[in-house]
Write a protein that binds this ligand. Sequence first.
Ligand code: SF4
Length: 490
Amino acid sequence: MKIYIENHTDYLNDYYFKSLCLLYFHSEKFPVEDSSPNTARFILKKEDKGLTAFCEISSPYGKASAECKEEDIVFTIPTPGEEIAKSITGKALLAAGYKLFGFIPPWGHITGLRPVKRARFYLERGFSEKKVRRLFENDHNVSREKTDLSIDTAYNEIKLLSDLENNNCGVYVSIPFCPTRCDYCSFVSYSNQKLFKLIPDYLARLLKDIKKTGEIIRETGFVPSAIYIGGGTPSFLSEEQLEFLLSGINKHIPMENLREFSFEAGRPDTLTKEKLNIINKYGVNRISVNPQTTNQTVLDAIGRKHTVEDFFQAAKLVKKYDFKTVNADIIAGLPKDTFESFSKTLDDVLSLGFENVTVHTLSIKNAAEMKNEEGIFDPAGSLARECVSYVGKTLKAKNYRPYYLYRQKRTVGNGENTGYSLEGHECLYNVMMMEETSSVFACGAGAITKLVSSDGEHIERIAFPKFPFEYLEKEEGIGEERIKSFFAKG
Ligand code: SF4
């Protein structure tokens, strides 16, 4: 997509203008030489009466433009210049987009991935719910439904995080291997027979990092509240490998005050009674078994190589154990899905008695096998939106509450991902990580340690190499010096 920017202010960088374009033009990239028929032109000017933003977009459907002036808007909460610039540029884009495409994206012109953080920020500082609602609906053009969802989620997060002390932290362990790769997946996940040979070396190295992580957690005075083993598909590991990993975590990570130990089994066809015995024995109290859909035609269409029956069998097996919480991930907006089959997926998961349901909206990144075919990337995405709305209403009626939410770029219908649970079954780790309220120490390929200062004002990230072979080649260490120096600053 070609994008022309005249920015006569110091406020916004080009990245913001490009992020705005993605609200209507999901799959666009912005190379200098571009054959896309879509273009956008932005002019942001500082004038005597404040900022003025002009936006013109054109596509094969036609051309539309709109202007927005700061002087015409009453901002709900005193807003710094950069936020005003974002807001009026966003409003100009939405007005032009509405003329051309006939819809306003549900999250308005919010381009950030953590909209709830904004709601929580203001609620925690004593702003009334009415004001936060106005901030979302008026200043950011967020729909009523998404505003309600953000505020509900923020309240639940506030409650969940209120018990945490400053020295509580999370621990993340990455197992980036899967039996095969699903077509929509953009995670770093190895699913190649040859590379499976790396697993023993990977686990040996991982355990060294887990040991160092335990040491640094003790040295810096942290107390883990939540551990999350994610993937990939951690239950792809053999029984011996699981025993090795879980016993190592138990040995090296302080577990005395742990509230939650999550294991993302993921692919249901990898779970067995023997593996569950091990997972259960080492104190895991939250497990995910993810069908994504209970429609076999859809599973086949997304290249997820297990059957619906695999999911039902795994779910029934898992429910025989005393895991406190069982979660299922499902996805709205999948190719070949219909409203009927999506709602049946949700009904199936609920009928199995899962306490936690995480509802994603399909997002397809460049790294995925699935490409931007007609119909998949629909920014209006009315079916995906209908499905997500249905989830909200159905789960609310059954006392499931939203407690965690994030957005991704290039999502069908500009949708979001939301974790719902019965009270007491939320995933604390997900909230800590997404809301960036607590430090999270991570181990393994693709994992990112996130250090949060005690006043919450400073965040530093330390990333491990993305791919397992790079991780194995990297000098051992978890960034101890950086961690110590970050916390030495106070
Ligand atoms: S199981 Fe999950 S992590 Fe693995 S390939 Fe499929 S979507 Fe990706």
